[in-house]
Structure formats: structure tokens, C-alpha cells
Design a protein around this ligand. Structure first.
Ligand SMILES: Cc1cc2nc3c(=O)[nH]c(=O)nc-3n(C[C@H](O)[C@H](O)[C@H](O)COP(=O)(O)O)c2cc1C
Length: 218
């Protein structure tokens, strides 16, 4: 049984990556073979609108035909038993790399029928982990939950099931004294990192374990 995670942050050891690693630890506690992919290691574009994945009788029908650094990762998704995406919030949405990845991941499986249907041949569990600077209150006030809800619905539609997890008020800089960021109180940020982030890590661990359990039963 395989569970993979995809990191949409350029940072490989910070908030998003840490939570994804915890999720994979949870998955491996259930016997899953795990792999973490860092999108910023790959040279790729978003969907190029070539429509090879939608062309009748095309050998690429239902598959992304673009041959770049993402092509091998998309093949891996076809073989995985569950996966977890992770992204920092950049200007109210996922990072550009994660957005490009999602276009390439989802569009080939998504039919232009009424209602839309999924060409993904199996049902597999998925999850999405978001990290952000704002507090949970501001996250709600600024409508981020709508973004999370849309992504969850898309993943559910294509892959069968999906759950979301968010970590707010993250610790952003190595040294707050070195950056111009008066808006943040470094001590409050450090306390949150000490006291709340570990709880988010526990939630990520549980998410990974759940995804592996569901993946194992299917
Ligand atoms: C370009 C950029 C844009 C950002 N925009 C937002 C934003 O709109 N809302 C927010 O809450 N945090 C924003 N942040 C903060 C990051 O989402 C937050 O620090 C996140 O936890 C970083 O993830 P990482 O540590 O895995 O890289 C932004 C950070 C960057 C670099």
C-alpha cells in the first residue's frame, strides 16, 4: 500500500513540509510505503489547454499528455493508494506551483459531461493540508474556507474522498528581528509555535493514518 504527499511550499523543512512529513509518518504507522514530492524540485507548467486528455480516441484520453518534470509524478498518482497535498497560503490561495499541479492532476480525469464524471479508475482517499500566517478568525473572515471547500469537493469528485486540515498563525521567519514585519509579535508567534503547532502535527499524523487505513481497505 502506497501513500504519497506533495509539498507545494518552496521550503522543504518548514511548516507545510513538517505537517506533510507527520502525515506520512501516520501513514507508515499503518504499514504504508510513503514518498514526499517537493514540487519546487520539478520543472513543470500548469495545464497547457492542449485537450489531448479530452480528445476522442486519443491515446492520452483521460491522461495528461504534457511531457515535463511533472509527468512521472502524475504516473505515480495513478498507482498510489492515497495522497495528501500540502500548500502554504499565498495571497488567499494555494501557491502557484500547487495550483499548476492541481490543474495537471485534476483536469485529465474530469469529464465535460453533465453531470461531470471522474475517469480516475479507482476510489482513493486524499487530504489537503494548508498553512498560513493569519489567525483562524481572520481565515474565516477572509473566506479562505471557501477555497478549501472547493478543493475538497474537486478532490472528492475525482478521487472519491477528501479531508482538509489547516494550521494557522504559523511561524514564518528564521529570525523575526532580521525582517521588517512589525505586524507580527515574535514572542506570540514563538509561543504559538511551541504550544499549538505540535497539536496541528498530531492532527496531521492522525490524518495520514486515516488515509492509509482507508486506502488499505479499498
Ligand atoms: C508570497 C507569500 C504570500 C503569502 N500570502 C499569505 C496570505 O495571503 N495569507 C496568509 O495567511 N499567509 C500568507 N503567507 C504566509 C504563508 O502562508 C505562511 O507563512 C506559511 O505557513 C508558509 O509555509 P511554509 O513554512 O511551509 O513555507 C504568504 C507568504 C508568502 C511567501
Amino acid at each position: 500500500m502506497k501513500v504519497m504527499a506533495v509539498n507545494g511550499s518552496p521550503r522543504k523543512t518548514w511548516n507545510t513540509a513538517t505537517l506533510l512529513k507527520k502525515a506520512l509518518k501516520g501513514a507508515s504507522s499503518q504499514g504504508a510505503e510513503t514518498e514526499l514530492i517537493h514540487l519546487y524540485d520539478l520543472a513543470f507548467t500548469g495545464c497547457t489547454s492542449c485537450f489531448a486528455c479530452k480528445t476522442r480516441d486519443s491515446k492520452s484520453y483521460g491522461r495528461c499528455a504534457v511531457k515535463d518534470g511533472l509527468a512521472p509524478i502524475l504516473r505515480k498518482v495513478e498507482e498510489t493508494d492515497g495522497f495528501i497535498l500540502g500548500s502554504p497560503i499565498y495571497f488567499g490561495n494555494v501557491s502557484g506551483e500547487m495550483r499548476s499541479f492541481m490543474e495537471r492532476l485534476l483536469f485529465p480525469f474530469f469529464t465535460y459531461t453533465d453531470p461531470p464524471q471522474s475517469l480516475f479508475p479507482r476510489k482513493i482517499p486524499t487530504g489537503f493540508i494548508y498553512t498560513m500566517n493569519v489567525s483562524e478568525e481572520l481565515m474565516k473572515e477572509w473566506g479562505y474556507e471557501q477555497v478549501f471547500g472547493n478543493n475538497q469537493r474537486l478532490l472528492q469528485m475525482v478521487f472519491g474522498s477528501s479531508e482538509s486540515l489547516w494550521s494557522c498563525d504559523t511561524y514564518q521567519f528564521e529570525d523575526y528581528a532580521k525582517v521588517v514585519a512589525y505586524r507580527f509579535d515574535p514572542e506570540k508567534k514563538a509561543r504559538r509555535r511551541r504550544e499549538v503547532f505540535p497539536l496541528d502535527c498530531d492532527k496531521a499524523l492522525a490524518m495520514g493514518a486515516r488515509i492509509a487505513q482507508i486506502g488499505n481497505q479499498l
